[in-house]
Design a protein around this ligand. Structure first.
Ligand code: NAD
Length: 472
């Protein structure tokens, strides 16, 4: 059994002051595979002090120096690609096909930000003065378990580009992935204290980061519930806050779309990352007169191309839920859907046959769902799709926007002009048309209770910079 008994502070692997431990179980077998020692408030304070000290000099480094570190990280992650993939599958249970996409995107984050920085003017002239865009200070990075090293790559690459230093608190359930990322940063040879990692729980390490005056900005990815706690806590010291929170993304299939392509695509968009994705397209909006046809296509997709199974196998599309708690949460929602009167098209409660040992959930689709039902309003974070019929285009837009969330939305149409017209009316930080999914340089973030602030590209970099006007 692996022992994860070190954190990374001031350029060194150290034994934490905190002594509590947490057992980490395999999501495939529920066997104990590792134990992580949890840091405490003192460990967090030590990391913050190291980052504050490092900021004094790192904030003054040249663009070229930061680009050098970013390119080095890109090279290291490329070299350790297989290890990064393996540990994510083993620890989190992400299917191989999707893990590969996530790790490659994470690796490219460093290259993309380095390129962006080359062309980015950190001292633009305005009026008769100079504006110096300087790093905001020490950044607290608090993230969930569903793409741990991906979030670290996105956030820390932008922070380094801006000249900021970081204290990273990953989910305590990602400690094996975190260990590998610590080693990568260590190898990159960043100055001591620029990047620090503290394993620990949210109520201890996360809470200390939120209240500690040494941290100038928190970049948080996680649930809307915890995002609100952090936003409130950060007010006392007026920290800058970026919140990437939950979602309940609508996927509108317009009547002129090719349903034979669009419906299988929609099911994959709902089940990405085994449904444990903030951008999962979990509300499928279809014309009411085509509902029977959609139901048939959905059933055929589940039977022919969706496979719940061992995440290491190349044809697995849905792996296990990260832990028993997440499994129970998804089971509860499936029960709620049935109690609310939605029609269960496929799946349901319980584990699929032959997969009884792990946290596996059946690929589940409810149809004839009303948007007011809890399964359509609340984030489930598992492979549960709701098919919701609409009357006409205006009704589809109204249903799509009738949500507390606004992270992503999807539109499929034969006529692209029509797709854009609908996209323009959706309350979401990102609208993907006709099966497109990601563009690493465009902003990512939420409307409404999906959060505030943006990541990626220029918008993402600006979130780590504080403009200072130097006049005269
Ligand atoms: P979570 O909100 O429970 O935890 C996220 C992180 O916050 C963890 O590191 C946790 O330890 C920490 N935390 C918990 N309580 C805290 C507190 N009081 N103070 C400070 N930190 C605290 O989320 P989770 O269950 O780990 O992940 C699932 C959630 O993440 C889903 O809601 C999902 O939508 C969201 N998510 C959002 C995005 C996005 O980019 N918008 C991406 C992925 C996941």
């Amino acid at each position: 059994m692996k022992q994860l008994s070190q954190i990374y502070v001031n350029g060194e692997f150290v034994t934490p002051h905190g002594t509590k431990t947490l057992d980490l179980l395999s999501p495939v077998t529920n066997e104990k595979v590792a134990q992580v020692t949890l840091g405490d408030a003192i460990d967090t304070q030590n990391a913050i002090v190291a980052a504050m000290e490092a900021f004094k000099t790192f904030s003054q480094t040249s663009k070229e120096e930061r680009i050098g570190y970013l390119e080095k990280m890109h090279q290291i992650l490329k070299r350790r690609r297989q290890e990064l993939i393996d540990v994510m599958i083993d620890e989190f249970g992400c299917p191989l096909y999707f893990t590969t996409l996530l790790i490659d995107a994470a690796t490219d984050d460093f290259k993309n930000v380095a390129q962006l920085l080359k062309d980015f003017d950190l001292e633009p002239k305005l009026g008769h003065s100079k504006v110096r865009l300087q790093g905001v200070g020490v950044v607290g990075v608090i993230i969930p378990w569903n793409s741990s090293n991906g979030f670290i790559a996105t956030k820390v690459s932008a922070a380094i580009a801006a000249g900021c230093t970081c204290v990273i608190k990953p989910s305590e359930f990602s400690a094996q992935q975190t260990r590998l990322m610590m080693e990568c940063f260590h190898e990159a040879g960043l100055p001591k204290g620029v990047v620090n990692f503290v394993n620990g729980t949210g109520d201890v390490v996360g809470a200390e980061m939120t209240r500690n005056p040494g941290i100038s900005k928190i970049t948080f990815t996680g649930s809307t519930h915890v995002g609100k706690i952090i936003a409130k806590g950060a007010t006392d010291t007026l920290k800058r806050v970026t919140l990437e929170l939950g979602g309940k993304s609508p996927n509108i299939i317009l009547g002129d779309a090719d349903f034979a392509t669009a419906i299988p695509q929609a099911i994959f968009a709902a089940y990405i990352n085994s449904g444990q994705a903030c951008v999962a397209a979990t509300r499928l909006l279809v014309p009411e007169e085509r509902l029977a046809e959609v139901n048939e296509l959905a059933k055929a997709t589940i039977a022919n191309t969706v496979r719940v199974g061992n995440p290491k196998e190349a044809d697995t599309t849905i792996g296990p839920m990260v832990n028993q708690k997440q499994f129970d949460r998804v089971q509860d929602y499936i029960r709620i859907g049935m109690e609310e009167g939605a029609t269960l098209l496929t799946g349901g409660t319980g584990r699929p046959a032959g997969l009884e040992a792990g946290n596996f959930v059946k690929a589940t689709i409810f149809t004839n769902v009303r948007n007011s039902m809890r399964i359509a309003q609340e984030e489930i974070f598992g492979p549960v799709l709701s098919i919701i019929p609409y009357k006409d285009e205006a009704d589809a837009i109204a249903i799509a926007n009738d949500s507390p969330y606004g992270l992503a939305a999807y539109v499929t149409a034969g006529d692209k002009v029509r797709a854009y017209r609908v996209a323009n009316q959706l309350d979401a930080g990102r609208v993907c048309i006709n099966g497109e999914f990601h563009d690493p340089l465009v902003p990512f973030g939420g409307f409404k209770q999906s959060g505030y602030g943006r990541e990626f590209g220029i918008y993402g970099l600006q979130a780590y910079l504080e403009p200072k006007a130097i006049i005269g």
